[in-house]
Design a protein around this ligand. Sequence first.
Ligand SMILES: NC(=O)c1ccc[n+]([C@@H]2O[C@H](COP(=O)([O-])OP(=O)(O)OC[C@H]3O[C@@H](n4cnc5c(N)ncnc54)[C@H](O)[C@@H]3O)[C@@H](O)[C@H]2O)c1
Length: 438
Amino acid sequence: MKITIVGTGYVGLVTGATFAEIGHHVLCVDNNADKIRQLNDLEIPIYEDGLEELVVRNFNNGRLKFSTSIKEGTKFAEVIFIAVGTPPGYRGEANMSYVEKVGREVANNMSSYRLLVEKSTVIVRTSEQLAGTMSKYLKSDIPFEIASNPEFLREGAAIHDAFNPDRIVVGVESEKAAKLLREVYEPIISRSGCEYLEMNIASAELTKHACNSFLAMKISFINAVSRICELTGANIDQVAHGMGLDKRIGPSFLKAGVGYGGSCFPKDVDAFVRMSIEHGYNLDLIKEVQRINIDQREHLMRKLQKELWVVEEKTIAVIGLAFKPGTDDIREAPALYFVPELLSRQAILRLWDPVATNNFRRTYPNLNYCDSIIDCATGADAMLVLTDWPEIQGLDLAQLKTVMKCPIVIDGRNVFSPAQMKRHGFIYDSIGRPTVKN
Ligand SMILES: NC(=O)c1ccc[n+]([C@@H]2O[C@H](COP(=O)([O-])OP(=O)(O)OC[C@H]3O[C@@H](n4cnc5c(N)ncnc54)[C@H](O)[C@@H]3O)[C@@H](O)[C@H]2O)c1
């Protein structure tokens, strides 16, 4: 089958490479000429485990192509996936201008039936707006349809998720659209045995925002409980373990920490709240999720401040710049809150991340980026853990203590255990667990 994907970012590139791998012929379109040049030179613009191999193989066998031309993309295939960004707008609402532009451009260039599939995360009833725009910009009475196919992949495990989704959700309102999308996904369904859910378009659009808001709510819930643990002497690890074994709750997304970030949760939760108000329902429940999330990082900053007393002139080793391990994505990463905050307090920063340093450097070109955690911690008055990279687990704690000026570790991801840090003589504060004084 021929498929066009418009928007070749984290979602578009992973989807394009996956579709090519299962046998489709895919044209990935992006209006960022530099990105398309890189891809045509087989340079992969993002870090995602296993992606490079898929892109190279399918580019070389001719099933995966890249272009800057929406005209070419519109001509290439009957099914066109929209995977452009939907970043936050001025008031926190989802900015739909990129999606709208793709609609206009496809309408301008099409000469026979096209199915436009919303893979970008959009607010409910976007399909109606998109259809309205397409009708206005079509040169003649050419048939088209809109479908919704929200994406649930997790950055850091995106290739695995693309081949082994928990489920595939499609919103379709005609047999023709349903048949086309079943044909797209048939190889993944038969390979993975996943559930394939067909529903109306509004339900599919809403499912995505409801999922992300629910997961964010789980994170804020456990973070709120972690605060009660700190006040009462309970231990969040034990509480979360006890909760997670309840099959009705489940263990995932019950890890207390500095709060959620990334390119999806903050903006999607915000968009969900705004959208619900527009439709006449006040989602105060989710507003509280947002408040707890912001408070959590401020809480971690207060812990650092408390141990240092004065932050000015102190050297802080910041461990982790990506919003989570396994990705170089720094959008809404906790580091983007802590770094400016610490700089404004005249701290001296040393930064480490295994893959996100280049992205961070674009915003902060003149900071001190280090090649290893030990190098980063050398001479530091305190270490601040913001991303739970597996490399941290393998650290030689005796060596870490020796290289630091003061053995203070403030752990926003609970990567160490208080007992282990006590044994090694650190002053250690984490989330929802006893503080180690030594
Ligand atoms: N990143 C994730 O983990 C994830 C997961 C699920 C859903 N989503 C959703 O998928 C969508 C895309 O997210 P992303 O992280 O891939 O974004 P991204 O910013 O990495 O990629 C978007 C791409 O679209 C391109 N683009 C913008 N306008 C264009 C146009 N008119 N024509 C052609 N290309 C255009 C940009 O140049 C960019 O390369 C968003 O709605 C996001 O919420 C993301």
